[in-house]
Write a protein that binds this ligand. Structure first.
Ligand code: GDP
Length: 330
């Protein structure tokens, strides 16, 4: 058995070829939910969805989110309506008092659907309607995720990190904003001063996650701050990682990041934006997989390979390096 911790890009890329090395029937993926938002009343879980769509063979692999070839008629019409009605485009947060009423799982991350600021494809939206409706029918996010995983015929087990709300809020020179406002709306332009995981103090890991963390864990190439950070903020999560073999794949080549806002976010919370900073952020990692061109000297075993993942073969190569790293530490 093996467990992968996933954000929205790096680990789903790795999973795409991991089956050659790790049997999918014995693989669990724990996905970050700090990025989730409620948009127009629907709970959007970007990191869970990337794994669902990728496993279901429908992911748009140019963008690494959404469904390939999806239409955007509803999104287009939302913008046309807002424009015609003279409504300011988003992000439009619901009022402060509305952030903590009703559906608990969506606390502190509720946005109006008026001119919605994240593009949601039509088929993609059907997933959010189904998810939210099943939650409203009384199911937990873990149960709903299992149902959706069945619908997409996933061959791995997929778990949200918690059934409780955790909202990743970025404190910037332009104020406090949800991660999705920072990333999707502002394209990571504001200067990061701090990152807060609101709700993490009260949130707990589920029995399913606790069980998955008793197996060897792979921290895929992920954003350490906003993909792995929300998990580490949960009580018991980091303790469980300290007790089990953990191999981490660096999302950097020395101080060069492959994609996304990881470097700015790491710098903003006081870590060196580099492989060395990732190692500092992951004291529980027993070994690292680093790129061939990454000469970072770490105090833990290193397996080098070409860590650029652009398709199944690359992913299988990195997965083999992960298996080699496990062999060195167990
Ligand atoms: P998201 O895309 O922000 O949701 O976040 P992830 O947590 O999935 O983080 C993506 C991280 O993976 C970024 O920091 C990238 O540098 C890294 N990444 C993206 N593509 C690759 C790749 O092909 N190889 C490696 N090693 N890292 C990658």
């Amino acid at each position: 058995m093996v467990t992968f911790l996933a954000g929205g890009t790096g680990t789903p890329k790795l999973l795409d070829g991991a089956a050659e090395v790790f049997d999918p029937a014995e693989t669990t993926v724990v996905a970050n939910t700090g990025d989730d938002v409620e948009l127009g009343g629907h709970l959007v879980c970007p990191d869970l969805d990337t794994v669902l769509f990728s496993g279901g063979g429908v992911l748009d692999t140019d963008r690494w989110w959404g469904i390939a070839g999806d239409t955007t008629e509803t999104d287009d019409e939302l913008h046309r309506l807002a424009d015609a009605a003279g409504l300011e485009p988003g992000p439009r947060y619901l009022p402060a008092e509305a952030q903590t009423v009703g559906r608990d799982i969506a606390r502190w991350r509720r946005f109006s659907g008026v001119a919605e600021f994240m593009e949601i494809g039509d088929r993609d939206r059907a997933v959010h309607i189904t998810r939210t409706s099943l939650l409203d029918e009384g199911n937990s996010l873990t149960e709903v995720t299992q149902t959706l995983a069945d619908a997409f015929a996933l061959d791995v087990s997929l778990l949200p990190m918690s059934n409780d709300p955790v909202a990743t809020l970025v404190h910037t020179d332009e104020g406090v904003m949800h991660f999705q406002e920072y990333w999707v709306h502002h394209r990571a332009a504001p200067e990061v001063r701090d990152v807060e995981f609101r709700g993490a103090d009260e949130a707990t890991i589920t029995p399913e996650v606790a069980d998955a963390l008793s197996d060897p864990v792979v921290v895929g190439p992920s954003n350490p701050v906003t993909s792995i950070g929300p998990m580490l903020a949960l009580d018991d999560f980091a303790d469980a990682l300290a007790e089990t073999p953990v191999v981490a794949v660096s999302p950097f080549v020395e101080d060069h990041v492959f994609s996304g806002p990881a470097a700015d976010l790491m710098e903003g919370i006081g870590y060196d934006p580099s492989t060395a900073g990732v190692a500092e952020a992951y004291p529980f990692a027993d070994a690292f997989v680093l790129d061939d061109a990454d000469g970072t000297d770490l105090d833990r075993p290193i397996v080098n390979t070409d860590t650029r993942i652009d398709g199944t073969e690359d992913a299988a190569r990195v997965a083999r390096a992960v298996a080699e790293a496990f062999a060195e530490v167990s």
